[in-house]
Design a protein around this ligand. Structure first.
Ligand code: SF4
Length: 373
C-alpha cells in the first residue's frame, strides 16, 4: 500500500535548476525504486499529455530521468496516455514530440485508446469502469502530472491525472455522475503509485492557461496530500476543492512558499459560468451518446464555444509559411480559412503563437484577455 504515507516532499525547481538533481533528491526521499520493481517487472510511466501544449504537459526531461532509473533496477519502462476528451491522442503525441523521443529511447509508447481496456470496480456505487489493462498489470506506476487549475474540479494534479487510464466512454459516464467522488475512488483503487508533480509554473487552467513562475516540484505516495498542498501553491483554498475535502493530515518535507494564507475560496461569477458551461457540455454529450450513439460532440462544442484560431490580418506569404508548419494541414491558404474538420481535434494554437498579434486571432469563450500571446 504505497499511498498510505502522508508526507509531501517539496523542492524548489525553477526553469534554470537542474531537473535531474531535484528528481534524484526526490527519488531518494521516496526510498528509490529498487525495492519497488525489478527484473521482469513492467513500470508504467503515466505522464500528462492532455493537449498539444508543452507548458501544460509533462516535460520529456522528467520521463527521460525515470526511464533510466527504471532500467537501472532491471525493470521495463512503458509510457502510456490518452489525451483530453477534445484532443486527438496521436496528434498530441506527434506535436509534443513524444513518439520520436521514445522511439529514440527504445521505449514502448501506448495510446490507451488503441489497446485493451478492462473493467474494474471503484466502489462507492459507481458502475464498473474501463481502465487501460496495462495500468492493472504494471508492478509500479510512476505518475508524472503537471499542477494546474481546472475548469470543473478547480485543481488538477496527482489525483486527477489517473483519470487518463479511463476509456473515453467511462470518462463520459463519470463526468455526469459525481465526478469528484469518482476521481477520489479511482485514485484509491491504484495503490502501487508514486507521484512526482511538476509545479514549476502557475497555470490557472488545465490547457489554455497563461503560465507564471511558481518554482516547485512535489513528490509523495499520497496523491490527496500532494494536491492539497499544490492547491495552496496555486492560491486556491483546498477546502473549496471537493475531491480534497477528506484529505488526511500530512507533513511537508522541504521547501515552503513565503505565504500560504492568501487562498481563494470563492470563484468569480465568470469562473462559475465557465464551470457551469463545461459541466453542461459533458451532460449533453452523455445524453447524446447514450440515446443517439455515434461520436462525441465535445470536440465540436469546444470548437464553437471554446478557444479556436481564425485568420486575421496575416499576409498571404506569411500564411503560406504558417500553413506549412500546421501539423495537420488545417490552413487553407487560397481560401484564407482554417479547416475546422482538421484543426478541431488538435487546436494546438501554433499558428496563433507564431504570428504577430492580430494576424491570427483567437475566438471563443475563455480566450486570454486582449487576444495577445
Ligand atoms: S490551424 Fe493552427 S491551431 Fe489548428 S492545428 Fe493548425 S496550427 Fe494548430
Amino acid at each position: 500500500m504505497l499511498n498510505d504515507k502522508k508526507i509531501v516532499f517539496s523542492r524548489k525547481l525553477s526553469d534554470s535548476s537542474s531537473v535531474n538533481d531535484v528528481l534524484d533528491d526526490l527519488l531518494i526521499a521516496l526510498g528509490g525504486l529498487e525495492d519497488k520493481a525489478g527484473p521482469g517487472d513492467i513500470v508504467l510511466i503515466k505522464p500528462n499529455f492532455v493537449a498539444p501544449f508543452p507548458k501544460a504537459t509533462t516535460d520529456l526531461v522528467f520521463i527521460d530521468f525515470f526511464i533510466d532509473k527504471i532500467r537501472q533496477c532491471g525493470a521495463t519502462p512503458v509510457v502510456g496516455e490518452t489525451s483530453g476528451y477534445e484532443f486527438d491522442t496521436e496528434g498530441t503525441f506527434k506535436i509534443l514530440g513524444v513518439d520520436a523521443f521514445l522511439k529514440q529511447k527504445g521505449v514502448e509508447l501506448i495510446n490507451f485508446e488503441t489497446q485493451q481496456y478492462v473493467k474494474i470496480d471503484i466502489g462507492q456505487g459507481f458502475k464498473p469502469v474501463e481502465v487501460a489493462e496495462i495500468a492493472t498489470q504494471a508492478k509500479l506506476i510512476i505518475n508524472l502530472p503537471v499542477l494546474k487549475g481546472h475548469s470543473i474540479t478547480k485543481v488538477t494534479g496527482a489525483t486527477k491525472n489517473l483519470f487518463g487510464f479511463l476509456s473515453k466512454s467511462s470518462r463520459r459516464y463519470l463526468h455526469c455522475h459525481r465526478l469528484e467522488n469518482s476521481i477520489s475512488a479511482l485514485a484509491r483503487y491504484f495503490t502501487n503509485v508514486i507521484h512526482i508533480v511538476d509545479a514549476r509554473h502557475l497555470l490557472s487552467r488545465a490547457v489554455f492557461g497563461e503560465p507564471a513562475p511558481l518554482g516547485f516540484c512535489l513528490a509523495g505516495k499520497n496523491s490527496f496530500a500532494i494536491d492539497h498542498f499544490g492547491s495552496k501553491l496555486l492560491g486556491i483554498s483546498p477546502d473549496s476543492v471537493k475531491y480534497l475535502s477528506d484529505t488526511p493530515g500530512y507533513e511537508i518535507d522541504g521547501a515552503l512558499p513565503g505565504d500560504l494564507t492568501d487562498c481563494r475560496k470563492e470563484d468569480s461569477l465568470k469562473q462559475k459560468l465557465h464551470r457551469a458551461m463545461y459541466v453542461t457540455f459533458y451532460f449533453v454529450d452523455y445524453i447524446k451518446c447514450k440515446v443517439f450513439k455515434g461520436e462525441s460532440i465535445i470536440p465540436s462544442l469546444h470548437w464553437y464555444l471554446g478557444i479556436h484560431p481564425e485568420i486575421g490580418s496575416v499576409s498571404d506569404e506569411e500564411l503560406k509559411i504558417l500553413a506549412g508548419r500546421c501539423p495537420v494541414g488545417a490552413i487553407d491558404v487560397e481560401k484564407r480559412k482554417i479547416i475546422r474538420e482538421k484543426c478541431i481535434k488538435v487546436r494546438c494554437l501554433q499558428c496563433y503563437c507564431q504570428a504577430e498579434p492580430e494576424k491570427i486571432v483567437l475566438k471563443g469563450f475563455g480566450r486570454p484577455k486582449g487576444n495577445k500571446k
